[in-house]
Design a protein around this ligand. Structure first.
Ligand code: HEM
Length: 332
């Protein structure tokens, strides 16, 4: 179907006031261009998390969720969900055994036409603390054609000047490579504000915790498994029983970093379960409803507000540009 990329992009920007939206658009273009420079221009694919598959299911909120937020997602009714599982990076042919993040993006279809969109990763922290680091972070990883590796001096210099940008890689280097999309822990990373029916505010960070536990690849599996196994593994798993994630929220206390997604909050902060996500269907092949969705994390229901985290706010225009480019290409 022919789409109008500019209209799609503007729709994604509609949540920002105009001058701010314009400033963010040019920065966002530079960010999306930086992804294309690093991963190649992969026509028709997302410029980040290019490899993935679409699934669906439902969400059921609980009383804790209702106490924290008036959002209808916590009503306790079954809320239909479209989910996209992905491998981080802009290469649609990436190996499922790589040490990048895995993604879990969700679209909740709420009553009265409301929507909630969220895109989460299998690491508790972001790779940047400020949007200005995004393009240089990608550029520092540009492969030198002579060696097939990033220039070690560029990379070292960027990392030394921006030490917080290596926290995510340090986490991933120690974590096991997920053996299943359904057995990875996914974090929202950015902070959000929950507002309850009485108007009380609570800043939170959320995560989706697999009920069956996390499962990592063994060294033997890293040797023996093919590059592509996550899709079929999830299909087999879901054919037996729904994959269930506990939706948990971590409650911020005074002084916790609300605007820097490279900083975790202290372990002592309360983490409470606010609902459960059930994945009960996986698309048999690539494609599906997810293709036309960009999981813009600022599409929030009443009762959930964005924090002032600049990385969170910068995501919307970049997602809109990537959506516009890939749908424009797919339509040709
Ligand atoms: C300035 C910061 C960021 C920029 C510029 C950026 C850019 C992008 C772009 C261009 C896409 C593809 C969108 C599409 O074509 O639909 C994307 C997807 C995604 N991003 Fe980000 N991103 C940023 C921060 C983050 C953070 C902090 C997270 C951590 C939760 C994250 C998680 C994801 C996930 C999971 C997807 C895949 C969503 C899907 O399956 O469609 N991103 N990002």
């Amino acid at each position: 179907m022919k789409m109008f990329p500019v209209a799609a992009m503007l729709a994604a920007l509609a949540v920002l006031p105009l001058p701010e939206a314009q400033a963010q658009t040019s920065a966002a273009e530079a960010q999306v261009n930086a992804l294309e420079n690093l991963f190649g221009k992969q026509a028709g694919f997302r410029r980040a998390h290019a490899k993935g598959l679409c699934a669906s299911g439902y969400f059921v909120g609980n009383t804790v969720g209702r106490a924290l937020s008036s959002a209808s997602v916590f009503s306790g009714d079954r809320i239909p969900v479209i989910a996209r599982f992905s491998v981080g990076g802009g290469n649609p042919g990436a190996s499922d055994k790589g040490r990048s993040v895995r993604g879990l993006a969700l679209q909740f279809s709420l009553p009265k036409g409301e929507q909630w969109l969220t895109a989460n990763i299998s690491a508790p922290v972001s790779f940047i603390s400020k949007p200005q680091q995004f393009a240089p972070f990608m550029a520092a990883r540009q492969l030198d054609p002579a060696t097939g590796k990033p220039d070690p001096i560029n990379l070292k210099l960027f990392s030394e000047l921006n030490p917080e940008t290596i926290r995510q890689a340090a986490y991933l280097a120690k974590a096991a490579v997920p053996a299943s999309y359904g057995a990875a822990n996914y974090w929202g990373v950015n902070a959000f504000e929950f507002i309850n029916a009485k108007g009380a505010s609570q800043f939170v960070r959320w995560q989706f915790v697999p009920e069956a536990g996390t499962l990592g690849l063994t060294d033997e599996q890293i040797q023996s498994l093919p590059h592509d196994f996550l899709g079929d593994e999830l299909r087999t798993r879901v054919a037996k029983a729904p994959v269930v994630f506990d939706y948990k929220v971590q409650l911020a206390e005074a002084g916790d970093a609300l605007t820097d997604p490279t900083q975790v909050w202290p372990d002592s902060r309360l983490v409470v379960p606010a609902g459960k996500l059930y994945i009960d269907r996986v698309e048999p092949a690539a494609g599906g409803a997810c293709d036309k969705i960009t999981f813009n994390p600022l599409v929030l229901p009443k009762g959930i507000k964005p924090s002032a985290d600049p990385v969170l706010l910068a995501r919307t225009p970049a997602y809109g540009i990537s959506l516009a480019r890939r749908l424009g290409e797919a339509a040709k």
